[in-house]
Write a protein that binds this ligand. Structure first.
Ligand code: NDP
Length: 334
């Protein structure tokens, strides 16, 4: 199902106290859009740790607190917009105990709901309103009068009115101008984590292999980095794919290119990729193995930041990364 402005009355939000836990990428954009969309503006309170984000919330004209327990007790609607790995401890220890029985909890990603990391009472509503956009675009698209792609779902209907609230919130944050797509925490998590763990890693690995193969055949670093990505051709191809169609965009390429790409796409052996994709979807994402591993990094392991440093160091050792570093240095680029 697709929902537009006309299917999404804002009535459910009237007189409600709306709390945003987190005022980062998504929190700021969604709170600003919501405050401008409703007339009169609803009561919005921002809860965040005291830092540069909190001053920003106050400069933007919102009420602000760092008292999670007290603000949770006031919330009719509670947007949980802190990073996914932070949500379980913060919510379970400092928010859930004082939450109203009928409060609606809103997540922008399915992760913690699908993996059941949040202790939410059966009487509460849980809805997912998940923009497919970074926060700055959520704001700029609203300001220019466009909508933005967004998934909506009801994960728990404690009050029996969760769908009305989910649709009102989707419109409230400015998403329904372009059509909001019905989804689920499972679908959102599966697609998101699959893209991050299967699709994009395959693309990164493919670029690495292509670079090494062509370098081995005498191509220079300068020529390779420009041919492969620095010209921004791949970005333009994806832009055209979104505008014209994934296959149709090929008509913008030369006949030699169209023939090569179409024929090649049928001939490449995808047996190993198919097997690997299925393994990642089923044995890493859907069964929760990845989530368990990721969540344990901060709890019992080296910590997410330390692990990322190690992975970046390894990625920077590839022939492609080293070649690019040489070119950037020669060109005086960062
Ligand atoms: P951000 O990284 O921008 O951080 C959000 C807020 O969380 C900030 O105000 C930050 O404050 C606060 N925060 C961070 N750590 C803690 C902590 N330990 N305790 C309390 N507060 C903390 O998050 P996003 O906006 O990127 O993500 C929020 C949600 O939106 C997530 O569920 C994410 O999956 C989802 N989402 C994100 C998208 C994106 O493009 N970023 C797109 C769609 C959905 P401070 O930095 O001051 O600590």
């Amino acid at each position: 199902r697709l929902f537009y402005d006309k299917n999404c009355p804002l009535d459910s939000l009237k007189g409600k106290t709306i709390v945003f836990i987190g005022y980062g990428n998504q929190g700021r954009a969604q709170a600003l859009n919501l405050s401008e969309q409703l007339n009169p503006a609803p009561k919005i309170i921002i809860a965040n740790i005291r830092d540069s984000y909190s001053s920003r919330a106050e400069r933007d004209g919102f009420g602000f607190t760092s008292d999670w327990m007290q603000v949770a007790a006031e919330a009719d609607v509670l947007f949980l917009l802190v990073p996914d790995q932070v949500q379980p401890k913060l919510f379970n220890d400092s928010i859930a105990p004082s939450l109203k029985k009928s409060a609606c909890i809103v997540v922008a990603s399915g992760y913690n709901v699908f993996y059941k990391y949040l202790n939410i009472a059966d009487s509460n509503d849980i809805v997912m309103v998940a923009p497919r956009m970074i926060g700055t675009s959520v704001r700029s698209r609203y300001e220019s009068g466009e909508g933005f792609p967004c998934f909506v779902s009801v994960e728990q209907n404690g009050t029996g009115k969760a769908w009305d609230m989910a649709l009102a919130l989707s419109r409230g944050i400015g998403a329904t101008k372009g059509g909001v797509i019905e989804s689920s925490a499972r679908e959102e998590t599966l697609m998101d984590l699959f893209a991050e763990q299967a699709l994009w890693p395959t693309i990164i690995a493919t670029f690495n292999e292509a670079y090494s193969t062509l370098k081995g055949l005498g191509c220079s670093d300068e020529a390779l980095v420009h041919e492969m990505w620095m010209s921004k051709e791949p970005a333009e191809i994806f832009e055209k794919a979104a505008e014209d169609g994934f296959v149709k965009q090929l008509v913008h390429h030369s006949s030699v290119s169209q023939y090569g790409q179409l024929k090649g796409s049928f001939e490449v052996d995808t047996t190993a990729i198919k097997k690997e994709f299925k393994r990642i979807a089923e044995e890493r994402v859907l069964n929760g193995a990845f989530a368990k591993e990721f969540m344990s990094l901060d709890k019992d392991g080296p910590g997410v930041e330390k692990k990322l440093e190690e992975l970046y160091a390894k990625a920077n050792e590839s022939e492609l990364a080293k070649g690019e570093a040489r070119v950037r240095e020669r060109l005086g680029l960062k």
